[in-house]
Design a protein around this ligand. Sequence first.
Ligand SMILES: NC(=O)c1ccc[n+]([C@@H]2O[C@H](COP(=O)([O-])OP(=O)(O)OC[C@H]3O[C@@H](n4cnc5c(N)ncnc54)[C@H](O)[C@@H]3O)[C@@H](O)[C@H]2O)c1
Length: 333
Amino acid sequence: MPTALVTGAAGFIGYFTSKRLLAEGYDVVGLDAMSDYYDVALKQARLKLLAADERFEFVQARVEDEGVLANILSRGVDLVVHLAAQAGVRFSIEQPRAYLDSNIRGTFELLEAARAHPVKHLMIASTSSAYGANDVYPYVEAMRTDHQMSFYAATKKACEAMSHSYAHLYNIPTTCFRFFTVYGPWGRPDMAPYKFTKAILEGTPIDVYNHGNMKRDFTYVEDLVDRLVALAAHQPETGKPAEHDSLSPVAPWRVVNIGRGKPVELADFIAAIETAAGRKAKQNLLPMQAGDVPATWADTTLVDALLGPQEHQTSLEKGVQAFVDWYRGYYGV
Ligand SMILES: NC(=O)c1ccc[n+]([C@@H]2O[C@H](COP(=O)([O-])OP(=O)(O)OC[C@H]3O[C@@H](n4cnc5c(N)ncnc54)[C@H](O)[C@@H]3O)[C@@H](O)[C@H]2O)c1
């Protein structure tokens, strides 16, 4: 059985990724610090479902603690999916140190571990926020990404650069992923889909930034995990990149967008929640928040070239309905 290490396994994307890897026949070691950035009970509930499979082993630890990841990789791990991070654009303005520790120091420890104990493929989560102030759409991996707008985005961009240097120096096949606003059941309480659904069901107003003039490339979590897990078999090899490929000429390293590729107006997203919830939203129209960007839009040419076009993509209506149904069921409302 191949073994995968999933860091951040009790997190939103980590839960779905672990579940999918187990289904694909991997033994999974899931590591998570169970940080209290949001409700720990939600993380525990996700873990409980994963722990029902005896091929899932849980390790509670912080990625930046020296030796923790090296110890796990020394047991022989084929695939690493590194999702553990301090996420969130807004919180990075209040608590930048959390991002330095979890994201930069944590990824550094992972790279050191992989240098000592080689793995077949290192897969590292980055973010669409890495595109920063870019206002040419859609976002293509080969674009320059020099102007991050938040410290969160800056730490993720740093992780991309750090992993490139290790891929080059130690020949570690590495794929970084720029995820685009992921939503779905078990989603994060700090993100808009969750906050909007909660407020609409409670009859309280929702905060709508930039007066609603926002577009997001909302990506359904199961669709994202389809692409992520399929790419595990596509280890980059150093070479001359094909057109549209972000492959490095000096390292087995590339960066890949994973998004739906169809940005949605915030108003349409809110309308989909209203329909799914059967209630109207009360809206508080507010100015743009610091660190935020008005739009995100993934160019999916590269991932489509590597895997073929995605045969099944969840529609906004179905995805939002699945989230609202989960929310009602989980919280009993
Ligand atoms: N959800 C999105 O829309 C989105 C978009 C772009 C990028 N990402 C990235 O994808 C990854 C997963 O995001 P998510 O939405 O599942 O977030 P999440 O917060 O639900 O999951 C992250 C998990 O990592 C754990 N963690 C945090 N710091 C840790 C540390 N120092 N050591 C060990 N574990 C730690 C947390 O406890 C949490 O369970 C993150 O790297 C995030 O930056 C997410």
